[in-house]
Design a protein around this ligand. Structure first.
Ligand SMILES: Cc1cc2nc3c(=O)[nH]c(=O)nc-3n(C[C@H](O)[C@H](O)[C@H](O)COP(=O)(O)O)c2cc1C
Length: 431
């Protein structure tokens, strides 16, 4: 059996390693992800429509996709963060959407992507931790891995929890038990349960709002940025002082310094965090920001504004849960949330007046600003209005599929759309 081991953790010379246990299962190709280079995924989708199956970046993304596509099983070694992927893992995972096709399919009524490769390796994770992990985080992580596996077409995912430095027999037993456990099946997504919301803490005026954009999109304006600025403009019109930061500029994935973000957050009453869903959860940049921000008593309020490509709202839930967990850890108040599935049409929608397909979203943005200005959280009713689908899911999927064809045509890549550049036996493209 061929195994690709994606190792996000530093080698530990004193402990019997997970590597030994995984090596007992088959021939292992290891990627020490800490030593490899990754820029954040820019969400350009060129790996779907311009050079299908390969990433344009000159980092290690293509090597990972090559070894993923030729494996029977892909195993991660990772320390989960708040029940989600760590940024060390996410920066690599986010670069791997070239492994699937852009085209939509449905699984139990939910939208997902079609597989690019015929071979669909199993997905496993050795979650190595040195502190007790709350049950809620363990459950969230298992659920997230299940949903990732669903999107990647990976059968029978597993997660083994092991103590750092545990004896090899313990690691072996945990991995064997996780791999032999019954297939958890379709990981249905229950709705997001909002934490107790308290709005924006009282303080001197003008109130200060910081927009943090968590998309690394370049070239065209990101949907996250458009939505975040729509909130910002409304609060500014109500007399709020505004500031904004783009995470790709202030968070470097390989470097820990984040003083600019830390300072900007310390000077805000409200942080509007606008970001896309990547692989069922937070993008690497947002994860890195949450990992590295220092907790503070009496921090600002957090308003996540999250949107995603699939039409169902369910795809935003894990990301929202991770935001809520991060807010609790960092001492942020919770100011409600705005979440939307099927956000594609927002790219061309006017967000200053309630017309066109996004009229409900515009109304909700107006209401959200009024609620925040009154000191309260964004209410569930406003959140529900914002989440109202802009069009039926079937129509969205059809329009999306046609959009990918048009995009590939524009890039002269129509005939290569279904390419399998890393199929074993194929000469790999450079990179
Ligand atoms: C690497 C990557 C992973 C993605 N994963 C998901 C996903 O799991 N579920 C989903 O609904 N959309 C997913 N999307 C789609 C984005 O959420 C969607 O395109 C979003 O509108 C992009 O926002 P932006 O323009 O602010 O970057 C993914 C996009 C990329 C680039």
């Amino acid at each position: 059996m061929r195994i690709t081991l994606l190792d996000t953790l530093a080698p530990d010379p004193n402990a019997p390693t997970v590597h030994d246990v995984i090596a007992e299962l088959g021939d292992v190709t290891t990627h020490p992800l800490g030593a490899e280079r990754f820029g954040p995924c820019e969400g350009c989708f060129e790996c779907w429509v311009a050079h299908p199956g390969t990433c344009k970046a000159k980092d290690d993304a293509n090597r990972i996709m090559r070894d993923w596509a030729s494996a029977d099983e892909v195993v991660w070694r990772v320390t989960p963060f708040l029940g989600g992927w760590s940024s060390a893992a996410k920066r690599a995972l986010d670069k791997c959407i070239g492994l699937i096709l852009p085209f939509f399919t449905t699984v139990d009524g939910e939208t997902h992507h079609k597989a690019r490769y015929a071979r669909l390796p199993r997905l496993g994770v050795v979650a190595e931790v040195d502190a007790e992990v709350p049950d809620v985080e363990r459950a969230r992580f298992a659920h997230l891995v299940g949903r990732n596996a669903l999107n990647l077409g990976a059968p029978h995912p597993w997660v083994a929890w092991v103590r750092r430095g545990a004896p090899v027999a313990e690691v072996r037993a945990a991995v064997a038990a996780a791999r032999a456990a019954p297939d958890p099946g379709f990981p249905a997504q229950p709705p997001f349960v909002e934490p107790v919301s308290c709005g924006v803490p009282a303080g001197p005026t003008p109130r200060r709002v910081l927009l943090v954009v968590g998309s690394a999109k370049t070239g065209e304006q990101s949907t996250s940025s458009a939505l975040g600025h729509a909130v910002l403009a409304r609060l500014q019109a109500r007399g709020w002082a505004t500031a904004e930061l783009d995470l790709p500029r202030v968070v470097k994935l390989g470097r820990p310094d984040m003083s600019e973000l830390q300072e900007a957050v310390a000077n805000a009453d409200l942080v509007v965090l606008a970001f896309p869903v990547y692989f069922d959860s937070l993008p690497a940049l947002v994860t890195a920001a949450f990992e590295r921000l220092r907790p503070r008593f009496g921090g600002p309020a957090l308003l996540p504004v999250v949107q995603c490509g699939f039409p169902e709202l369910a795809h935003t839930v894990v990301a929202l849960e991770l935001c809520a967990a991060a807010a609790a850890r960092l001492g942020f108040a919770w100011a409600g949330h705005l979440a939307l599935g099927g956000a594609g049409p927002l790219r061309d929608a006017p967000l200053h007046e309630a017309r066109g397909v996004a009229w409900r979203q515009v109304q909700a943005l107006d209401r959200a600003a009024a609620e925040l200005d009154a000191g309260g959280p964004v209410t569930g009713a406003t959140g529900d209005l914002f989440s109202t689908p802009m069009m039926p899911a079937g129509f969205y999927r059809l329009a999306g599929d046609l959009g990918w064809l048009a995009g590939a045509f524009q890039h002269g890549a129509l005939t290569a759309l279904l390419a399998r550049p890393f199929e074993p036996g194929t000469e790999s493209p450079p990179g």
